[in-house]
Every structure is written in structure tokens, then in C-alpha cells.
Design a protein around this ligand. Sequence first.
Ligand SMILES: NC(=O)c1ccc[n+]([C@@H]2O[C@H](COP(=O)([O-])OP(=O)(O)OC[C@H]3O[C@@H](n4cnc5c(N)ncnc54)[C@H](OP(=O)(O)O)[C@@H]3O)[C@@H](O)[C@H]2O)c1
Length: 252
Amino acid sequence: MVKASLFDVTGKIVCVTGASSGLGRSAATAFAQAGAKVVGVARREPDLQDWQKETTGETSIVVADLTDRQMLTETARAVCEHFGAPDILINAAGMNTRQNADEVTAEKWDRTMNLNLAAPFFLAQEFVVGMKKKGWGRIVNFASLQSRRAFQNGITYGTSKGGVEQMTRAMAESWSKYGILTNAIAPGFVHTELTAKVFEDTEKAAELASQTCIGRNSVADDLHGPLLFLCSPASDYVTGQILFVDGGFTAK
Ligand SMILES: NC(=O)c1ccc[n+]([C@@H]2O[C@H](COP(=O)([O-])OP(=O)(O)OC[C@H]3O[C@@H](n4cnc5c(N)ncnc54)[C@H](OP(=O)(O)O)[C@@H]3O)[C@@H](O)[C@H]2O)c1
């Protein structure tokens, strides 16, 4: 029998990184609208405050630079202060330096790996403690088409996102037995701050749309259903998977 509560996240405590912009912000709004208590994390306080103002539901914010490894424990503690230990972690914060392989700098390489790969892991490690006590948890990482494909000037970003894919499986292997399921979403092209340069070139954007099966690029709302699926009882037997929400880009 199909229960009405299959996709229910009411009352769940959700930490969303990257909630000041783009896909993280959209995800944070979706969870709040679905009745969850949402803590949004990012560096830009005014943008987080704007998100909070425009969002109905129980929300809170934590201002933090997630590239700062030494501060992640402190950031996790600050997140827990608002509604308690999170049931759900959405690792949406990310960056793409778009450097040519010959010009990659150690500084940008390290920042990217810290934000895209280390922060999701070490935040998860912090929050898993509370999730284990509850015997329930959900972690959703943000992978990418570049987890599996090499794009121009994408060596740093693509390497981090390839890592996110494998980290997702390894998290699932480590923590699923405690009721903590980990999956990743790999979005197609969505116009956000991250991809602004790509979408400036309208011909390129049209070409990317034509590479999908559906025939258009994505919008942030396309991820709401998959996110609720991965964070609700609907996905109780799904872990260690990468869900490509890409309009069939990788199917072609
Ligand atoms: N858009 C796409 O087409 C696409 C496709 C595939 C995957 N993705 C992935 O989806 C995720 C979200 O991307 P997006 O497109 O929404 O990008 P975005 O609009 O640029 O948002 C990135 C978010 O990450 C936060 N962030 C950046 N550096 C940070 C830092 N040092 N500390 C804390 N937070 C930081 C930003 O907040 P602050 O600047 O306020 O810190 C912002 O909220 C990323 O992981 C990205 O790789 C996006």
C-alpha cells in the first residue's frame, strides 16, 4: 500500500550548505516549504538573510567559510544550536575555478578540494554522531556531469566531483547500517552564479540544451522532487547512488 507520508519530511532538521545562492538556496526553500526546519550555511550573510526573509517556515542561518577545515567542527556546532542535530545534510556548496590544466594553481586546487570534497565529508562526520543516536539520517552530496565527463578547463572541479561520486558510495558503505543513507544528485546545466559564464554564451547554452534528451537546460526546481525522494521514506532502500537529474544529458 502506498502511504501518503512516503515523501514526508515534516519536522526534520535539515542543514543545507550553499543556501545563499543557486541550487542550495532553492533546496533550502523547498525543504522549508515541505515543513522541515532548515539551517542555511554560506559565507554571505546578507544573501542568507534575504533567503530567510523570503522563505516561509522554520529557518535559521549560519555564516561560515567551509574551505576553512579548522572551522568545520565549530560550524557544525553552530548549526546544531538552532534546532538541534540535523537529520538531513545537503552538501550543495561548491565552486568551479575553471582553470586550464597548465595554469592550475595550488591555491585554487586546495580551495576547491576543501569546499567541494573535504567540507561535505567532515561536516557529515560531525553530523553522523547525532544521526547514529536517532538511528536515522540522510546525506545528499552534489555531484556533477563532470563526475564522469571531462569538460574544458574542468580538471580541478571535475576531479573534486569525481571524488564526490566515490565518497558518496564510501559514505553509504560506512553509515547505511546505522540508518544513515547517502546519495548524490548530479544536476544538468542550471543557470546559477556558478554557471553564469556558460549561460552568457547563448549559442553554447543552446548547444548544451540540445545535448539533453528532453531538449532544455535545467532549472533549480527540477531538483526538488529528487531531493525530497532521497530524504524521505520513499528512498528507504536507496543508498550509495548517483541520481543524474540531467534531462538525459548522460543518456545520449
Ligand atoms: N548549476 C549547475 O549547473 C550545477 C551543475 C552540476 C552541479 N552543480 C553543483 O551544485 C552545487 C550548487 O551550485 P550552484 O550552481 O547553485 O552554484 P552557486 O549559485 O554559485 O552557489 C554556490 C554556493 O556555495 C556557497 N559557497 C561558495 N564558496 C563557499 C565557501 N567558501 N564557504 C561556504 N559556502 C560557499 C555559496 O555561498 P557564499 O558565496 O555565500 O559563500 C553559494 O551559496 C555545487 O556543488 C555545484 O558544483 C551545479
